[in-house]
Design a protein around this ligand. Structure first.
Ligand code: NAD
Length: 427
């Protein structure tokens, strides 16, 4: 593998850019639905892109320069919405792809948001809390011309969390001189966060898996289940699938992966993680690599880490009955073709992991109204959104004998295209 150094990022250059993949998926749907050329031109590229280079003072007194991005793909149906990622592999193309997927995700579950995403090129793992706070506050300031409660609302993503959302919200509030709680979602409960938000993405994944199993006439009891990634999305997905009766046989994170055909208790693994910060050294398991993990025999596979894990190279060896995309963009278009031929039931990211943005929408509504709902209400509404969206996408897929990803993209693009036609072209 050839590697190139760009600033402080080390990127492998043998992968297709996620942005090209997002555009390829869009083109496929646009072609299938016969979308007008002018709308294709508008919808296949982001509306706004901001690149920021900014300094951060580190604990040893030195000053380091960082690069970050905020991209708004589309705001026709509502404010831009999308997470902020801190990762050494962040690129503008990755953020563009993630922003575009957010537009389709919000449209597929029919919430009144557009799509946006942000990221900073940084490995946050060795950084102290003070350094992370400095980085977050300065990045928030740099992207403040774009973000706002009625313009573009960030949320957590890979390596960002409630605390980072609290610093971001506080920074913008300090600038405006008043509390701006609706500027971000995924906040701590004590700051206008929503009950149910931290579990929402994984909960939504489990709702989708339950719906898919019902459709396929498959019993989830004891179904061997593999989860790649044990962060917010992966850990909650594992816990909830375990509670549905699935047998979690393999789990991986950035440090390695573990396999036990007799089953791994994800509740015990969460406790273990609190001590060692990784799943890789969990006892009584076979050690496997991240790639081997994906290829192990299972009924349910949940990629919940990063993009482009299932590719034309390994897809033929990946044979779950249900592939539930907790992560954004884990499957390439080449892999999609192979999985479809092999009858793998792929629940696409823009549907499968939409539980997070759905409860983010609930959080935003609660903040704007200063009126908070109980957790039962939130989970009930989330289930309604996820189940009805799953049904709509699956019905479309079965009617046309097409993959669910294509069906979901068509449904989403139809909604955004209709809103664009109704608004007209300014001026
Ligand atoms: P996170 O930072 O909480 O967890 C990421 C997990 O992936 C960690 O366990 C990490 O060790 C693991 N990981 C990272 N690189 C890996 C690699 N190369 N191989 C194996 N494992 C690796 O992030 P998260 O919020 O859980 O996000 C995971 C995915 O879900 C991302 O694609 C994100 O965009 C997507 N997503 C997140 C949310 C959300 O609400 N947080 C919502 C929708 C989609």
């Amino acid at each position: 593998m050839q590697r190139v150094r760009r600033g402080e990022t080390i990127m492998s250059n043998d992968k297709k850019s996620p942005y090209l993949i997002a555009q390829e998926q869009f083109d496929l749907a646009a072609e299938f639905m016969g979308l007008e050329e002018d709308l294709r031109g508008i919808l296949r590229v982001p509306k706004r892109e901001l690149t920021v280079n900014f300094p951060v003072r580190m604990d040893d007194g030195t000053v380091r320069a960082f690069t970050g991005y905020r991209v708004q793909h589309n705001t026709t149906r509502g404010p831009g919405k999308g997470g902020i990622r801190y990762h050494q592999g962040v690129t503008l193309d990755e953020v563009r792809a993630l922003a575009m997927w957010m537009t389709w995700k919000c449209a597929v579950v029919n919430i009144p948001f557009g799509g946006a995403k942000g990221g900073v090129v940084v490995d946050p793992t060795p950084m102290s809390m003070r350094e992370l706070e400095n980085l977050t506050r300065r990045f928030a300031t740099e992207i403040s011309p774009l973000i706002g409660a009625d313009g573009d609302i960030p949320a957590p993503d890979v390596n960002t969390n409630q605390q980072i959302m609290a610093w971001l919200m506080d920074t913008i509030s300090m600038h405006s001189g008043r509390l701006e709680s609706a500027i971000t979602t995924g906040k701590p409960l004590g700051l206008g966060g929503s009950l149910g938000r931290s579990d929402a993405t994984g909960r939504g994944v489990s709702f989708c898996v339950a719906q898919a199993a019902k459709f396929l006439g498959m019993d989830l009891n004891g179904a061997p289940t593999i989860v790649q990634g044990f962060g917010n999305v992966g850990s909650v997905s594992a816990l909830m699938l375990h509670d549905l009766g699935c047998k979690i046989t393999g789990i991986g994170d950035v440090y390695g992966a573990i396999y036990n055909p007799k089953g791994i208790d994800p509740h015990a693994l969460v406790k273990h993680m609190k001590k060692t910060r990784t799943v890789a050294d969990y006892p009584d398991c076979e050690r496997v690599t991240s790639q081997e993990l994906l290829e192990l025999q299972c009924d349910v596979l949940v990629p919940a880490a990063l993009e482009e894990q299932i590719t034309g190279e390994n897809a033929a060896r990946i044979r779950p009955k249900i592939l539930a995309e907790g992560a954004n963009g884990p499957t390439t278009p080449e892999a999609d073709k192979i999985l479809f031929e092999n009858n793998v039931f792929v629940i696409p990211d823009i549907l499968c992991n939409a539980g997070g943005v759905t409860v983010s929408y609930f959080e935003w509504v609660q903040d704007l109204q200063s009126f908070f709902w109980d957790e039962g209400e939130i989970n009930k509404r989330l289930k309604h959104v996820m189940d009805s969206s799953f049904q709509a996408v699956n019905e479309r897929a079965q009617a046309h004998k097409i993959p669910l990803r294509l069906a979901a993209n068509i449904l989403a693009i139809e909604r955004v295209a209709e809103a664009t036609r109704l608004r007209g072209i300014y001026p």
